[in-house]
Design a protein around this ligand. Sequence first.
Ligand code: IVH
Length: 704
Amino acid sequence: MEADRPVDKLTEAEARAELARLADLLDAANRAYYQADAPVMPDAEFDALKRRNAAIEARFPALKRADSPTEQVGAPPAEGFRKIRHAVRMLSLANAFDEGDLREFDARIRRYLGLKDDAPLAYTAEPKIDGVSLSLRYEAGRLIHAATRGDGETGEDVTANAATIGEIPRRLTGAPDILEVRGEVYMRHADFQALNARAAETGGRTFANPRNAAAGSLRQLDPEITRARPLSFFAYSWGALSEPLGATQMAALDRLRGLGFAVNPLTRICATLDELIAHYREIETRRPDLGYDIDGVVYKVDDLALQARLGFRSTTPRWAIAHKFAAETAWTVLEGIDIQVGRTGALSPVARLRPINVGGVLVSNATLHNEDYIEGRDSKGAPIREGRDIRVGDRVKVYRAGDVIPKVADVDLGARPADAQPFAFPETCPECGSPAVREPGDSVRRCTGGLICPAQAVERLKHFVSRGAFDIEGLGAKQIEAFHNDDQLPVRTPADIFTLEERDGANLTRLKNRMGWGETSARNLFRAIDERRRIPLHRMIFALGIRHVGETAAQLLARHFGSWRAFETCLTGPAEEAMAELTAINGVGPVMAQSLIDAFANEAERRAIDELAAHLEIEDAEAPRVADSAIAGKTLVFTGTLTRMTRAEAKARAEALGAKVAGSVSARTDLLVAGEGAGSKAGKAEALGVTVIDEDAWLDLIGA
Ligand code: IVH
């Protein structure tokens, strides 16, 4: 039977066969879209197949299948990767893009440790592997579990899959009792090409690059599929340990190599910055012949005692940096400029490009940043690209670095069409028509429509249901758009999501009739919504979509305040007090603090937040893991000169142990650490009855 035979010509037997074929096709398409993030057909084709299925069912109601696609929305969650909480957080790395950044990195470390410019300070340098990071936990020499990085705190349990990788030993001899080995799972070029060739032959799925292939293969629900995929592993770091692996990074890596792990053979010790740069160049030269993808060189302070002193910022270690290779570029034609309106009202110009291959990836869109950038000026009005503006029709240079969003970097004036016009950046929002204004000092033009702007409202709702936020199964970007536009069952604010079921009534008539949901999918949606009526504090804060408050900041805020009540009380109290409390949190600056205060001071926003909170039970944040230290929860002040660590290190150490560090002594101070030559602060502290200790006592207190 032809696949596009008119429905009214089908015999009953043909209809039955066609329904079976459509059920299979649509199910496969759904799974590819929702579980593998790899659509196998365009949306329009999917919708057409779904309509054909519904038409056949309408003509032959008795043939409707138990697994009818009309009853299905999305696919079940990528089932059953158990979550694993990392005993030691898995961090990422800060980036350096040139030698200047590298020199600054070294200078920062010396300042922090109080080392002179010429004091010896060795680093290791090794390739940055472009794969997926993995943490392997061994207890008594046996592989206990393997977890992906996830959000750094919690990853996915991929133990069964990791155990199929040849370069990951399942048993170790002579290893510490507890040993967490961290490294990168990657795929070699030859293996990647063979895998894609096989997939192409058998009509299977091909991957865009080795990293996607490695990630996709590691996250297979069926370990036998992972086994059939040729994955490799380099160890470069560790998490929890029952005993140290060595005194230096290099010694620790040697130990891991001795235990049977692959350690990258291009790892070197470098005694000076010049040696680091020389090794960077060498790795860059050998890059094309390595047989696997790397995207830079990682430098780490070699001495592990110094690493421990340097510690971490909120998401990256102070003792390491990734020196990235220069980006790939290519020239193509700028066919148009679209304006997108984001969640915070920002108008972002997006370049529509004649599709072009940039370093192995097909690029058809790129960012143009903002209107100044298009005009050839930076945020301070100084010329960029020597002042050359960018026009539709121009030949432009596209730049792509790793995962960074591609951008238009330059323009070829020699190739400019005679009739090309300067780009007129809109002064009204293309979505709602409200004025789009630029605040002084802001490089971005923003729609002033707030929640009345449909684009902003929809983007905020999409953010609200997104992965790190409420993450509601069956309610993704597509469904949000449909609900937002629906006049019978609208979802215009987050609170509306939680009244959907009640508004539709027991028979779900509106959902079924107007929006075409089936009984089962509707019930599933309501169950998924109900599951989120209880929500962890950090997810709630992140979900609000407040400008400058990303996932990391939301976690910092949640850890600091502990409860929604405390968070809200601070933000709705006097603005000056809120500002003082917020900026005292390590990782929260005045810009983010002001943005939080503004959000809660805006009446409409406030109402939306209150209405939402009324539907929820917001769980308190877990106490910080360091809460058992002697100074957890205390407020400390440092004064005078410390001789054995810099002020920056002392502050970071105190904060890592859960204390707050204030600049001046008040009745709320718990402890004053007085170094040499301490002056008036010590006197004031004594007058207020605050405990004063000297540097030795401080070192004892933190166990240094
Ligand atoms: S060290 C605490 N070394 O790059 C620091 N990371 O952009 C742990 N990566 O999440 C990371 N090669 O997945 C380190 N030689 C290397 C690496 C490496 C690749 C990855 C790792 C990390 C990401 C940060």
